[in-house]
Design a protein around this ligand. Sequence first.
Ligand code: FVH
Length: 294
Amino acid sequence: MRQDTTGGTPLTLLGLGAMGTALARAWLAAGHPLTVWNRTAARAEPLAAEGVTVAATAAEAVAANGLVVVCLLDDASVRQALAGADLAGRDLVNLTTGTPGQARDLADWAHERGARFNGGGVMAVPRMIGVPGSGGYVFYSGSRELFEAHRDVLAVPAGARYVGTDPGFAALHDVALLSAMTGMFAGIAHAFALIRRETIAPGDLAPLLADWLGAMAASSVHLTAAQLASGDYVTGTGSNLAMMVAANDTLRRTAQEQGVGAELLQPYLTLMARRLADGHGAESGTGVVDLLTG
Ligand code: FVH
């Protein structure tokens, strides 16, 4: 069905993968005239039937509107797609996952070509896009003027959170959250491996794990933040490092008894033991942050 897009702010979107297509549909549904480009043209056909304008090249799509959003696979694909485009006077918003350094380099490159720039970090999966209350949001950083000018349009697919003028900060926030999630996934995999050969159903462990991880995350992230801010890693500590390192031996031995590899746990246990050996037994685990940053 064709959407009525009279009166909305027009914009361009480069990239119609799973995320780009979800973004496109959210802007269309909100009444924004949309020009799109995708390397594989066939992917744009369903959207053309819904009312988007399909450009033949990325350069043509960029020329169509002042606001240009990019959501491609990676930094290299963004560079390739934008190589022949005239960015003068454009507001470029890159929602492609990348490193902070890549975002800063792209911002410099865009500024040299007369564009304002925002980097983005999408904290949502496609099914959360355009769904109010889904909890999905996007980090933005870079030109404050760009963000303020387009805040309402950017907030259509998911909540918009501006995290500073450094164009790399959106990526840094994104990757910080994804890295924490990755560590959590590692812990979940290890926990299920421990019970794998037993008569405990994974479905019985699942709610216990979910509740425990939620409770531990809620307390530990705030304690760690407060201790890093004060530089005092003892005040507020409930479970100290000396006790935790002693208990870590039980984690290692249980893995051994259950025939489970400890490779997901061991790097973190090693860092905790190093911090204890440095004489910090009364602290929480916050000192591991110092070990990582050197
Ligand atoms: N999908 C997700 O769950 C996550 C959620 C968090 C954010 N990510 C990031 O979003 C970027 C796009 O992800 P996606 O899900 O849309 O990815 P794909 O479905 O694989 O689509 C990739 C698009 O990129 C185009 N593309 C790839 N290489 C090139 C290139 N060299 N030149 C031009 N375009 C290129 C591809 O085009 P085509 O294969 O259809 O021709 C798609 O449009 C990504 O950074 C995620 O990390 C998504």
